[in-house]
Design a protein around this ligand. Structure first.
Ligand code: GN1
Ligand code: MG
Length: 345
């Protein structure tokens, strides 16, 4: 770890290294330098992101664009756009002899990644934060971004992968989850809905974040206002419906995605309304009617997709998401199905 940290921060206090966040893909720590300034040190999960260089190239291009936008508007961007450090060689990644890829960014102080909030005012702020991301990236040539995870939110392909997992049943778990499989299969037509609108051109292609859970927008510890959208690994071309939908998935949920007591997971319409209000306040003028009118379709499709992704991983023997116990992915799949069932059409 010392070598990795020193690659970015020659004067860092290695003893200050501490685990950070609750991501279930990458491995994340915080570390301080000699002046007490804090940084995020992160190992990129290359099983999930086989091309970490493209991930960093996408991130650098999009964040540079956002900083430029804010500078043109005379606004400060210090706290509101993630800043990655380079090694002495000018790289955003440090490769260990074992083949691990690490990166380092400035830690944004005085702001928190909330996994869960109950106050609609905070949801409104989170909505504004993600809406601001849409506004700031508007005009960026989305087609120039590398699709680091091809078909990430192609729900139709997710459905096919799910069917395949059921068919193969490598972990011998399919019988036990027959009800869940049936529920998701019955709703197949939903899987193709957004894909079709993108293909027909009804929905414009934009820069999308693709992992807009509540904890990926930092809220200021004092004012509660959105400070910065983080975790740009999955920034790719897509539709705004994905990002709105994924934000509702955690923002308008009454419990964590892995809450074992299923009846604690409910859709909170008041929070959904608040998020949507903040979101549209920030970017409503940029969106075309087909986007504004289908935001809730985005929520339904993404929650449905996520249920399918968790169940697929469960059926595949837990190979994708980090799990803490054997039924973890099943619990996750069940909370998503329950949440999905409550989102209004
Ligand atoms: C993964 O690791 P994290 O929490 O940033 C996943 C998201 C899921 C999320 C569910 C690259 O994100 O798509 O919505 O877990 N990211 C990837 O918790 O698959
Ligand atoms: Mg993520």
């Amino acid at each position: 770890m010392e070598k990795i940290i020193r690659a970015f921060l020659p004067g860092a206090d290695v003893a200050s290294l501490a685990p950070l966040g609750e991501g279930i893909i990458n491995t994340t720590f915080s570390v301080s330098d000699a002046d007490g300034k804090r940084y995020v040190i992160q190992k990129v999960n290359t099983n999930v992101f086989p091309d970490p260089y493209s991930v960093m190239e996408n991130t650098a291009n999009v964040t540079d664009w956002m900083r430029k936008r804010l500078a043109e508007e005379g606004k400060c961007f210090d706290r509101c756009v993630p800043l990655f450090l380079q090694t002495e060689e000018g790289d955003y990644l440090y490769r260990t002899p074992e083949g691990g890829f690490w990166r380092c960014s400035r830690l944004i102080e005085g702001a928190t990644a909330h996994v869960h909030v109950t106050d609609p005012a905070l949801l409104y702020n989170a909505g504004k934060g993600y809406g601001e991301f849409v506004r700031l990236t508007d005009g960026f040539p989305a087609g120039t971004l590398t699709e680091v995870l091809p078909d990430f939110h192609n729900t139709k392909k997710r459905f096919q992968a799910f069917l395949e997992a059921v068919e193969k049943d490598v972990a011998g778990r399919a019988r036990e989850v027959d009800r869940e499989i049936h529920y998701l299969k019955e709703r197949e037509e939903l899987a193709g809905s957004i894909v079709a609108m993108l293909e027909s051109g009804e929905l414009p292609l934009r820069v999308t974040h693709n992992d807009t859970k509540l904890s990926n927008v930092l809220l200021d510890d004092v004012t509660g206002e959105a400070v910065c959208v983080i975790d740009l690994d999955t920034v790719m071309p897509g539709t705004v419906l994905y990002d709105f939908g994924d934000a509702i998935r955690s923002g308008a949920a009454s419990a964590a995605e892995d809450e074992p007591k299923l009846d604690r997971m409910n859709f909170v319409s008041e929070n959904c309304k608040a998020f949507k209000e903040g979101f549209l306040e920030a970017c409503g003028e940029i969106l075309v009617p087909a986007e504004v009118n289908n935001l809730m379709l985005g929520a339904r499709v993404i929650v449905y997709e996520q249920a399918m992704r968790f169940l697929t991983d469960y059926l595949n023997g837990d190979t994708y998401y980090k799990t803490l116990f054997p039924g973890h992915n099943l619990i996750r799949a069940r909370t998503q199905i329950r949440l999905f069932s409550q989102i209004p059409e």
